[in-house]
Design a protein around this ligand. Structure first.
Ligand SMILES: O=C(O)CCC(=O)C(=O)O
Length: 267
């Protein structure tokens, strides 16, 4: 799978892209089954907060995950596209299943991912794979085109609420919400977005569940710095960056400092 020049340029200019590639139907169905199992396996976890769902068995982030999502993150057509956008050295560092149940699915406040992550220099392409229809009605991802370009992280304010996927929201006046574009997707379709992109999603008040698997890839020129705590425990999502496993999927680790052993040993 290769993106054409126009699609790559679009991603660079707009900060996001819906590529023409779709998951093969049989693979999609196996992921939908894995999703149902993931939810059954994690009765105590809000389905919007299924962090590191790609780690088989119980992980350090409170989730019992499935290898199937790791297979998705390593799926060649996806990694091929990511390579075109972030270069030949590709590191998989995260996977978060955002499942919004019907009627009461949490809102994702407007945010920039870079605010939360211990990656320096800050660089990541997220591939958000729809396992179910993602529409305006059930809270599809929304982006502010071009908002990644200045490569600036804007202030995020803490919100003490229990009905949000993240407890931090971009401060008022830092962007114009009227410019938002809704990324409606069919099951098996995906969007890709830059680490500085301003994005969010409305609550799901519809009758249709909405699930996306967010796969996080960084270039080998960036360091996943396990000592950094950029989010200060205020996000409302329990993460363990200190023990999170990394996978080098392509090329090499140009920093020479990324740790690919932590988190793998007991698996
Ligand atoms: O799916 C959502 O509601 C939020 C996803 C998101 O913020 C992300 O993937 O970075």
């Amino acid at each position: 799978m290769r993106l054409n020049e126009l699609q790559v340029r679009d991603y660079r200019e707009q900060g996001y892209l819906i590529p023409p590639y779709r998951l093969e139907p049989v693979f999609l169905q196996s992921l939908q089954e894995a999703l149902d199992q993931l939810i059954r396996d994690n009765p105590g976890v809000r389905p919007e907060k299924l962090v590191s769902a790609h780690i088989e068995g119980q992980n350090d982030e409170g989730v019992k995950g499935s290898q199937r999502f790791l297979e998705l993150a390593m799926h060649k057509p996806i990694v091929d596209m990511v390579e075109q956008l972030i270069g030949p050295d590709v590191i998989l560092w995260g996977c978060h299943v955002f499942c919004k149940p019907p009627a009461e699915g949490f809102e994702t406040p407007w945010h920039q991912d870079g605010h939360y992550w211990p990656i320096r220099p800050l660089a990541t392409c997220t591939v958000w794979v729809a396992l179910e229809p993602s529409t305006c009605e059930n809270g599809c991802l929304r982006v502010i085109p071009g908002s990644h370009r200045p490569q600036v992280l804007h202030p995020h304010l803490h919100e003490d609420r229990t009905d949000l996927t993240l407890n931090q929201r971009m401060a008022e006046g830092t962007f114009d919400e009227r410019q938002a574009v809704d990324l409606e997707l069919e099951p098996g379709q995906m969007s890709m977005h830059d680490v500085y992109m301003i994005h969010g999603a409305k609550a799901n008040r519809s009758t249709q569940r909405r699930t996306g698997v967010a796969l996080r890839f960084m270039p080998g020129s960036s360091l996943f710095d396990r000592n950094l705590r950029p989010s200060d425990g205020q996000t409302g999502v329990p993460v363990s960056f200190a023990t999170r496993p990394l996978w080098l999927l392509r090329g090499s680790d140009r920093t020479g400092q990324n740790d690919f052993e932590v988190g793998h040993s007991r698996r």
